[in-house]
Design a protein around this ligand. Structure first.
Ligand code: MSP
Length: 751
């Protein structure tokens, strides 16, 4: 049996998954299901990328250990995949114990990779043969693939990428954030040895790979990008980080690690594709690794499905890492486009990130298959490979037109008539002569006609084979329209009204034909909308398991006569006009509830109270926010009573309950502490003039009051996003932090 191994990228669990991460995973699920139907032995891997500086910082900001933090977030991915109807998954995470073995094994193999260099011709020679330079015949010098050198350059923590080798300030070309300067001793991977042998040449290991395997990178226009990047010459890349603790120790050899260095997060992450199928299991990899990667018991394909932003890692670095480890390469790296929200890049700060859960929940609420509707929309909306603009209205329209009107209508017409005219059974049309309409339909669906050498049903399958997913779905729509058109032509409802034996035969033939072709469509539909296709399959009373039907073996007349069909229960209820608005409003309602899910309820502090609050006597110490820009005045220096303000003015100050998650001194500033404070919706960085009176470690876990809507300021170069409220005590300048006797949720508002 042929093997098919498909992978999603492993996702950073620093935030919950959104529609972009869902997109790649859905696409892989569609292909995995399709290949299984075609008889392949399929392995489908996804997972989470849990090491690196970005995760380390996110965990610190959340006041958790990195391992606690990632374990919690990992669950969110697993939950969402279930909701999206994704199954038969293997899940890998880079913190799993056997992953260290994989990464170490890869690096040690790379260390032993036979590489030599001709100083005269500036040429790398891979392997142990030939002994001398193939050009000048002089002797060659050995070169290590992994070597140690100093790295100085700009690094983007958000994308975990080296941006430039210079120290000049520069922004990351993917996320646009300023890249940070790093300067440290690192281990390097000699990527240059895998590039062209001479400037702008077209040979060398990577360019030969692309030349010999033109489908290695898809779509083809992305292959051109990759080729020209490699042709322009490759620089060696750093594969370790010194300052970071949260990662896999860099191996010196099979027994010892370098205590100062961890493996660069991308080297670590890419290797998870091997760990996920048992590379670490024994010396030559476990049985699944042998089966799906080494193809020891027969041919197979390996497909990495990724977004366009991470193409270079997969199409340039990854094959070079594998070559250096002496391992086979994947068959295809497919880079799809990005999902934008109504043409705009999704970002948390813009508040336009689309999450799948509210969509699924809202559609389910109205009796529609939410996960299938989303899957369908994502596949149908844009040519696969290109960017797509997401809109909630577009999703409902697409669902209405294609699924509710065309397919839903066809299914309910056929089932209603089978129930009404044939007592809920598939009629027997055996031996009846086909009219022109049936002959045409048969040949359209199943017979070759120029320029196709097979029918259009198989054409649909061919689009799945070629990763033209939007064309496969468009072709399905076309097949549905043929059958709808056929029913309109043949008018079975009119035939049913006639007592003529010929018309009764025609009725049997027409309804059998429509039901049989609906069966064909259901098979082809299954990878895209598995839940709904399963319902349709059951309603049609089809024999056998749906996922076992081979899309390449579909033929005319496969529906068994005499089978009992189900009731015509609508699978895709339509949402027109007002209904559409109601669905959109429901999505918004669930999205809002989702946004507030982690926000605590507001704590209510009565404004008017009989009992005077002890902490605020009229002439006592006033509430102040200690900060170096406004040193806390002594009580003696206070004005007797500030001017009265309106309640509206007071309401402008947003004060929240916060919990101190981390605290440290600001280097070179004796009065300042840098605090990370959880204010419910986020963890804020604040700088406060508390260092003379509070030990940082004593603040951790303390509930404080934060003014959250002050403009950010920089104090000694450290950004402060808000202020902590304190009373100004008797000792001049001594701040006393305001805190709570009762337990109050982080983020609760003071009013
Ligand atoms: N951890 C790395 C991948 C390592 S794979 C060995 C990473 N993670 S990520 O979480 O930032 O991104 C994972 C995938 O999600 C990428 O393929 C990326 O292209 C995809 N997407 C993230 N946002 C997206 C959209 N808005 N639209 C479509 N895909 C997007 O990179």
């Amino acid at each position: 049996m042929k093997k098919f191994y498909i992978t999603t990228p492993i996702y950073y669990p620093n935030a919950r998954p959104h529609v972009g991460s869902a997109y790649t995973t859905i696409v892989c699920d569609v292909l995995a299901r399709y290949k299984r139907m075609c008889g392949y032995d399929v392995a489908f891997l996804t997972g989470t990328d849990e090491h690196g500086e970005k995760l380390e910082r996110a965990a610190t900001a959340a006041g958790q250990s990195p391992s606690e933090f990632v374990a919690e977030k990992r669950e969110l991915f697993i939950e969402l995949w279930k909701k999206l109807g994704i199954d038969n998954l293997r899940f890998v995470y880079t913190g799993q114990p056997d992953h260290v073995t994989s990464v170490h094994r890869m690096l040690i193999r790379a260390k032993n990779y036979p590489l030599r260099y001709c100083v005269r011709c500036c040429l790398y020679v891979h392997g142990i043969e030939p002994v001398n330079c193939p050009q000048c015949k002089q002797s060659l010098e050995p070169r290590d693939v992994i070597y140690k050198a100093r790295y100085q350059g700009r690094y983007c923590v958000s994308d975990e990428r080296y941006i430039s080798d210079g120290s000049e300030p520069v922004n990351c070309d993917i996320c646009g954030r300023p890249a940070e300067l790093i300067s440290e001793e690192n281990y390097f991977f000699r990527l240059s040895a895998f590039g062209p042998t001479k400037p702008d040449g077209d040979d060398g290991p990577l360019l030969s790979l692309y030349r010999d395997n033109p489908n290695f990178v898809q779509p083809s226009y992305r292959m051109n990008e990759v080729k020209s990047f490699v042709k322009s010459g490759l620089r060696d890349i750093s594969v370790s980080r010194k300052r970071i603790k949260w990662g896999i120790p860099f191996p010196l050899d099979a027994e010892r690690d370098d205590p100062e260095q961890v493996v660069y997060v991308w080297y670590d992450a890419l290797t998870s594709y091997l760990t996920g199928i048992g590379y670490a299991q024994d010396e030559n990899g476990g049985p699944d690794f042998q089966k799906y990667w080494l193809h020891t018991d027969g041919p197979g394909e390996v497909v990495h499905m990724i977004g366009k932003d991470i193409l270079r890692f997969h199409a340039v670095y990854w094959p070079a890492f594998l070559m250096a480890a002496g391992l086979p390469l994947p068959t295809t790296v497919f880079a799809h486009g990005w999902i934008y929200y109504e043409q705009d890049k999704m970002s948390k700060s813009k508040g336009n990130v689309v999450y799948p859960e509210p969509i699924i929940k809202a559609l389910d609420f109205f009796g529609a298959p939410g996960n299938d509707a989303l899957r369908y929309y994502l596949l149908r909306e844009a040519p696969f490979g290109q960017d797509m603009s997401f809109s909630y209205g577009g999703l409902i329209d697409r669902y209405n037109f294609d699924l509710a009107n065309d397919l839903g209508n066809l299914a309910s017409r056929v089932l209603t008539m089978l129930n009404r005219y044939f007592a809920g059974q598939v009629p027997d049309a055996g031996g009846l002569a086909l009219s022109n309409e049936e002959t045409n339909l048969r040949s359209r669906f199943f017979e070759a006609s120029f320029p196709l050498n097979h029918g259009e049903a198989e054409f649909c399958a061919e689009h799945f084979d070629n990763l033209n997913l939007h064309l496969a779905v468009e072709q399905l729509c076309l097949l549905v329209s043929y059958v709808n058109h056929y029913l309109t032509q043949r008018q079975p409802w009119a035939l049913a009204g006639s007592a003529k034996p010929d018309d009764q035969d025609a009725l049997r033939l027409v309804l059998y034909t429509a039901a049989d072709l609906l069966r064909t469509i259901t098979v082809l539909l299954y990878p895209v909308v598995p839940r709904s296709a399963g319902r349709l399959w059951a309603q049609l009373g089809c024999e056998g398991e749906l996922w076992k039907q081979n899309p390449k073996e579909l033929a005319w007349g496969q529906l068994k006569p005499g089978r009992k069909v189900g009731k015509a229960e609508p699978i895709f209820p339509a949402f027109r006009n007002k209904d559409k608005e109601a669905v959109l409003a429901k999505i918004e309602e669930f999205a809002e509830a989702d946004r507030n899910r982690n926000k605590p309820k507001e704590a209510f502090i009565p404004v008017h109270t009989e009992k005077k609050p002890e902490a605020a006597p009229a002439t006592g110490p006033e509430l102040r926010i200690p900060s170096p820009q406004s040193p806390v005045p002594s009580p003696q220096s206070q004005a007797p009573c500030p001017a009265l303000i309106s309640i509206e003015d007071f309401a402008k100050v947003d004060m929240r309950v916060g919990e101190v998650k981390a605290a440290e001194r600001v280097p070179g500033a004796s009065k300042l502490l840098k605090l990370m404070v959880d204010i419910g919706t986020e963890v804020r960085q604040l700088v406060a003039g508390l260092a003379e009176y509070y030990q940082p470690e004593n603040l951790i876990g303390m509930k404080v009051v934060v003014v959250t809507n002050l403009q950010p300021r920089k104090l000694r170069g450290v950004e402060s996003n808000g202020m902590i409220v304190a009373a100004s005590a008797d000792e001049p300048g001594r701040p006393v932090l305001v805190t709570f006797k009762e337990d109050v949720a982080n983020g609760a508002r003071l009013r």
